[in-house]
Design a protein around this ligand. Sequence first.
Ligand code: SF4
Ligand code: SF4
Ligand code: FES
Length: 323
Amino acid sequence: MRLTFTIQRFNPEVDSTAHPQEIRLDVGRGMTVLDALIRIKQECDGSLALRYSCRSAICGSCAMTINGSEKLACRTSLRKELERHGHITVAPLRNLPVIKDLVVDMASFWEKIRDIQPWLSPGRPWREDGSVQMEARDHANPQFHNVDACIMCGACVATCTVYEVSKGFAGPAALAKADRFLSDPRESRASTRARLSALQDENGIWDCTRCNFCVEVCPKDVKPMEAIVRLRRASLERGLTTTGGARHVLGFTDLVEQQGRLNEAIMPLKVVGFAPRGLLRILPLGIKMFFKGKIPNPFGHALPGLSHLQALIGRVRRTAPPA
Ligand code: SF4
Ligand code: SF4
Ligand code: FES
């Protein structure tokens, strides 16, 4: 079968912007997008730049945007893409600077990983061979093993809606990596606390909007957003509650428990407190909401069935796993 591929090209030495190029190629059954790109490079245009190594979804280097979604080219079937989209378009990962064609600069990705200090600070002694003893019960932590599956492909960062507008954001891969060390039973208590404290800052765990895109694209089922939720829960359980994000979660829960619903008149006060600077910041929004009739009576009646809801919340609190 002869197929037309639309490939985003960009050569910084001659192009001012990226542009699509159409290339036709005879393809066979069972080919992946990476197989096709390698053949295009070998048979049609040797100047095409792409990155790959293992061809087996192990090294993470062939992540790119295929038909608008972040995927590993080596495990993306041409046939399935055609069945689903009717065409094949290939572009580099988003949110990262393009070096040439399909090759992106991963420097900022690695910086974020390095910033979370991806190494063990054990609470147990190092052994002579440079390792730290794992105990039998340590192997029973599935979160630890799931996050450890990350192959650093960058797909989650490329799809992250927060990273798109805020390049300072630690990003899903780095935060998942932080969770991996937090979940490591060998990590010392002091280090766990220090890790969590560092993640409270701007660009940390509370900046995630929980859009779930990182979970959808991850080829290794790492579920970075769930790792971020675990980090948030662990922070709250250790009393790290001074950030706006933490106060929002606690205020939201308090209100729902007390009134059975969110109360927009009180919620902002729960987040910014009564500090004059914070109040001044939210005042214009409060005035607008008031004139648009969006502020409910802060002392309104509780909703019917509130006692059932309170019992549910109490039960969840009692059965929540420890962080
Ligand atoms: S869930 Fe959070 S970390 Fe994941 S892509 Fe969305 S904003 Fe980014
Ligand atoms: S978390 Fe998943 S998508 Fe993100 S870098 Fe790791 S393997 Fe890739
Ligand atoms: S070439 Fe290694 S993951 Fe695709």
